[in-house]
Ligand binder design. Structure first.
Ligand code: ABT
Ligand code: MG
Length: 155
């Protein structure tokens, strides 16, 4: 797995089943596009229980682990990879706090949800998590190469 940094930093984002059901896909994708990040990969998929258990392996001892896996497998997810300067940290800032009650207005969770157990979107919490999650969710041939011609206006 290549190490990405600087303007090539990558993160894994996912629109959770509630986000898809509530027709928030366009709204969420739009925010990351307008910010200036580059879309590297995207697929609508039904995640398997095994994949979700692995994705949330850090929480396996927590009481909410199986509820979380069930929720995440309750409908299709939009799995995505986005790229750009500090994208891991900036995407987390755009997503907002885990608990929507603490998420500031203007963030995705601050604007679109109420419940910590249905918080619309996932973002990797570190560059290391991002690398692990991208490798878990995407094959290399699902990330086509393309030049973003606006990049010289962004950096
Ligand atoms: P994710 O982006 O889904 O990983 O959320 P985030 O990193 O903001 O928060 P963490 B701590 O990783 O929570 C993962 C999911 O677990 C849910 N959760 C968390 C609970 O339901 N109860 C809790 O007490 C905690 C700490 C919220 C997250 N997913 N959802 N929805
Ligand atoms: Mg997390």
């Amino acid at each position: 797995q290549a190490a990405y940094s600087g303007v090539n930093e990558r993160t894994f984002l996912a629109i959770k089943p509630d986000g898809v059901q509530r027709h928030l896909v366009g709204e969420i994708v739009r925010r990351f596009e307008r910010k200036g990040f580059k879309l590297v990969a995207m697929k609508l998929m039904q995640a398997s229980e095994d994949l979700l258990k692995e994705h949330y392996v850090e929480h396996r001892e927590r009481p909410f682990y199986m509820r979380l896996v069930n929720y995440m497998s309750s409908g299709p997810i939009v799995a995505m990879v986005w790229q750009g300067l500090d994208v891991v940290k900036m995407a987390r800032a755009m997503i907002g706090e885990t608990n929507p009650a603490d998420a500031k207005p203007g963030t995705i969770r601050g604007d679109f949800c109420l419940d910590v157990g249905k918080n619309v979107v996932h973002g990797s919490d570190s560059v290391e998590s991002a690398q692990r999650e991208i490798a878990l969710w995407f094959r290399k041939d699902e990330m086509p190469c393309w030049e973003d011609s606006t990049e010289h206006w962004i950096y």
